[in-house]
Design a binder for this molecule. Structure first.
Ligand code: 3H9
Length: 697
């Protein structure tokens, strides 16, 4: 039974028992409703306590049921019934108390939270809003400003803060929750019930809503849920309680059926699916990773070292010279000091993390490391040399990883005596901040090495996605395809600022040319020069970026790239010199420049990207389209509320994408190779999830 009913000393205990997270699905709601009625009808019961079995009180409404439509009783019905009950109902909260679960607690007549409990209303992160009274009851309990902070940011509040906000009545030590909740229930039974609906809301500061609206215009661009939640809170102040509840319900139902919520729920589940690898890692032992080594103390090496130190793991970082080591350590110190100064970490945490990172100029310092990550120059010969050395100095059980962003990990693994312990761990820059790690799986790697790396990536609070070996793996390979169309569009008639604006309006944090100016144009120039000899002569190639590099425009670091920059500023300014260069290249290549629409920019850039994603699925370089979406959301700033490129493409229409791809193929030949999978799904009117059974990549 998903809800049990016990009686103790005149108090009825209703326990939610629906592993793993006590989600409030149809059966739980129905059982809770009937158990509640039974307790209310039982004359020997004076008060009721609702609690959760297992690690969490409850993760809220069952998100999987959102597509199934409303089921009875609805959560708003249930919370209404609890609030109106003639006997006191007390919520005993521990672990996660999220969304509808917190709304259930808000409707109770008292709340006790155990130390360690985390309370939140994360609905806007799922493209919805609290739909079981949260926007109406929370302002009555904690005030409008605090309520808006919680509702619009989906922020988790720890038990102590919840008490300070008067969101809970008491915080109690671990192990005492039930006793203290029963105690509160007995007291409430003597005093009579106190209902949240009867509380009055203090008027908020007069400019509060205007201020928040202005903020949302910047932070929630293109989103519907935050604005709708704000409106609900506004109505909660203006309307009678029950009318405000009805208005909230309407707003919730509109959002839950909308594209934003579908996309955000897709990402929620894709993130969790990405952690599952079926047979690939089933039953394998996870090796203990207690000490980590990093080779190369550049920006990437320092970022990786900090990512491990942030998770409490000691790291030793080697560099070829003592100067390199000192520079790297200085970078780490400066970064932590800055975080401390900004209040992101305490002084003690800062000192602890700095102490966890050691530097060395000799490979022998890596002999004790259980995992070593190479982060040296992106050059195959150099990497192979590093792996030969690692093979000599590291202990037999050590896992050896390369942070390459594109090179053939199979070839790197060949350099070692035991290639089963070699794989790629592709961190994204800055590695101490970015959540994504592509876990690159060469043919020879063992399942236990894969599981161990996924485990350590999770311990670092990052999202690991397994990908196969190919040039650029999943993320960069799709990025090349997208970026190439942006370059071609310049030649045909667009300018960098127009393309960047269209892509930003789509929802990407930055356009491709802005990104390039931030990253520096010189690195990809070097790669292109290396590839020049093998590039087919008849293949279309845009020389504009090369021309910019030839005149020393490497991006922000040189004050000029695709844009120009005022001294000390990072604000891009369109530059007539770049416009002249773009137009000159168009003329040289024989293009008659034409009007390019934003729709064409979006269709071609993202169409090429999605087609590449479909090829990646065909080749089993990624196991699922959701994995690709997770990679793009976490590693490349793809707007989460659009669900990732593959999910977005399904909504946009795979047939429309296939048509754009066909046109690009007709004009650009093998540079855009139409994916058979994409064409097939488009013909059959299916989505990516329907055309494939997940393949281990
Ligand atoms: C809501 O409440 C709307 C209301 O306002 C009212 C409406 C009328 N539903 O994350 P994990 C699954 S909206 C269904 O790996 P952890 C999850 O998919 C809800 N399933 O564990 C996974 O399944 P599987 C607002 C859910 O320990 C398994 O549980 N609530 C739900 O790392 C384990 O999850 C939220 O947004 C759910 N609500 O973290 C809370 N939650 O094993 C969302 C989880 O098949 N949940 N699952 O892959 C979380 O934040 C985390 O799951 C939690 C546990 C912290 C609870």
């Amino acid at each position: 039974m998903p809800v049990t009913l016990d009686k103790r000393e005149g108090v009825a205990l209703l326990t939610l028992d629906n592993p793993p997270v006590n989600a409030l699905g149809a059966q739980v709601k129905s059982a809770l409703g009937s158990r509640l009625e039974a307790a209310l009808a039982d004359a020997s019961v004076t008060a009721i306590v609702i609690l959760g079995a297992g690690r969490h009180f409850s993760a809220g409404a069952d998100i999987r049921e959102f597509d199934a439509g409303t089921n009875t009783p609805s959560l708003p019905d249930l919370t209404g019934r609890i609030e109106k009950a003639g006997k006191p109902v007390i919520a005993a909260l521990h672990g996660t108390v999220a969304g509808g679960a917190l709304e259930l607690a808000l409707a109770c007549h008292g709340r006790v939270a155990e130390e360690g409990a985390q309370l939140s209303l994360p609905e806007v992160t799922l493209g919805i809003l609290p739909g079981a009274g949260g926007t109406v009851r929370l302002p009555r309990l904690v005030g409008v400003e605090a309520a808006l902070d919680l509702i619009l940011n989906g922020r988790k509040v720890a038990a102590d803060e919840a008490a300070a906000l008067r969101l809970v009545d008491e915080v109690v030590p671990r192990g005492t929750l039930l006793a203290r909740a029963m105690n509160l229930a007995e007291r409430a039974a003597r005093k009579g019930v106190r209902r949240t609906r009867d509380l009055t809301v203090a008027a908020p500061p007069p400019d509060l809503f205007a201020r928040i609206e202005a903020d949302l215009r910047k932070t929630a661009r293109g989103r519907k849920a935050p604005q709708a939640a704000l409106e609900c809170v506004r109505r909660a102040l203006a309307l009678p309680f029950d009318e405000a509840l009805l208005a909230e319900r309407d707003a919730f139902l509109t959002l839950v059926g909308g594209e934003e919520s579908r996309a955000l729920r897709h990402v929620f589940f894709a993130e969790r699916e990405a952690q599952k690898f079926g047979e690939l890692t089933k039953g394998t032992t996870v090796r203990a990773i207690r000490r980590v080594g990093v080779v190369g103390f550049g920006t990437m090496g320092a970022g990786i070292a900090m990512a491990f130190a942030n998770a409490g793991l000691p790291v030793v970082v080697t560099d070829a010279t003592q100067e390199g080591v000192d520079g790297g350590l200085a970078k780490v110190r400066a970064s932590y000091e800055e975080s401390r100064a900004k209040g992101r970490i305490t002084g003690a945490e800062c000192a602890e993390r700095i102490a966890l990172v050691r530097g060395a100029s000799d490979y022998s310092a890596l002999s004790e490391s259980d995992l070593v990550i190479e982060a040296v120059f992106e050059e195959m010969d150099i990497k192979r040399q590093v792996f030969r050395r690692l093979d000599e100095v590291c202990h037999d059980r050590a896992i050896l990883a390369t942070n390459t962003s594109s090179l053939d990990v199979d070839r790197i693994a060949e350099e070692t005596k035991d290639p089963s312990r070699v794989l790629g761990l592709h961190f994204f820059s800055p590695a101490n901040i970015m959540k994504l790690v592509e876990v690159v799986r060469p043919a020879t790697v063992s399942a236990s090495v894969l599981s161990s790396c996924l485990d350590v990536v999770k311990r670092m609070g990052k999202t690991g996605v397994i990908v196969g070996v190919c040039d650029g793996f999943v993320g960069n390979r799709m990025l090349y395809a997208y970026r190439r169309q942006a370059d071609f569009l310049l030649e045909e008639g667009a300018l960098p600022a127009q393309i960047d604006r269209a892509i930003r309006e789509f929802g990407m944090a930055m356009g491709p040319f802005q990104v390039s100016d931030v990253a520096g144009l010189d690195i990809s120039w070097r790669i292109r020069k290396r590839q020049a000899a093998t590039r087919p002569k008849d293949q279309r190639y845009s020389p504009i970026a090369d021309r910019l590099c030839e005149i020393g425009r490497f991006g922000q670091k040189t004050g000029a790239g695709w844009y120009r920059y005022e001294k000390g500023s990072r604000a891009p300014i369109a530059d007539p010199e770049v416009e002249a260069l773009v137009k000159a290249v168009s003329a040289e290549l024989g293009f008659t420049r034409r009007e390019i629409t934003d729709d064409e920019i979006v269709g071609r850039c993202f169409g090429a990207m999605v087609n590449e994603g479909a090829l990646i699925l065909e080749e089993s370089v990624a196991a699922r389209s959701g994995d690709i979406d997770v990679i793009w959301v976490h590693g490349y700033g793809f707007p989460r509320h659009r669900g990732g490129p593959m999910h977005w493409a399904e909504g946009f229409g795979l047939a429309r994408i296939a048509a754009v791809v066909d046109r690009m193929h007709a004009e650009q030949g093998s540079l855009v190779r139409p994916s058979v999978l994409l064409q097939q799904l488009a013909r059959d009117g299916k989505g990516f999830g329907e055309g494939l059974s997940p393949q281990p990549c």
